[in-house]
Design a protein around this ligand. Sequence first.
Ligand SMILES: [Zn+2]
Length: 204
Amino acid sequence: MTGIVQISIGRTVIVMMAALVVAASTGSAGAQQDNAATATDLAVIPECSNNKGEQVQFSTTDRGRPGLAAGMAIRDGSGKPVVIRSNFSAAPREFQQFIDRHECAHHQTGDVDRPVPPRNGPEYLRNESISDCVAIRRLRDEEGFGNQAFDKVTGTLRTDMAKIGFPESSIASRIRNIAGCFKNPASARDLIRQVLQERGLPVQ
Ligand SMILES: [Zn+2]
């Protein structure tokens, strides 16, 4: 496998990785069809290109843990940057929008083309915090998210993380980070620029 896998929530979902990647690279005709009935209910796909200026494609699958929406940022079998939306119809639209932008951020910051840091280690968690931060600021600045939509995002995140079995301390710390980012007037772009500079990657 060539791509780095980052998921929004849950170590359980990671087991689905191989299946999802196969679905992505073979066109996932079955999954597309399964999803046709609900496709119109899904959030509008956001603008997303990676740190190299490549357009990121979004695809949808109904695989993954039932009832749990998740996302994945990878390069597919042909090397194209993609976001895979898994079980999106299980989540409120605000949370779908959050996952899309979180996964997009893994492309925007260059995470997808970097070595995968040890899971749940400091570097891994920092990457997750950055993607969360970029996502909530984009929703605030581009989609007009206020406190009510914010609560919808963090409420769903809390429920889903608890379902997966994350300890309260992890849930609280993740939500604290998102809340801090939401209050801070700096933009998503500011943070992406800072991360790319730290990594010695060109800033567009
Ligand atoms: Zn992530």
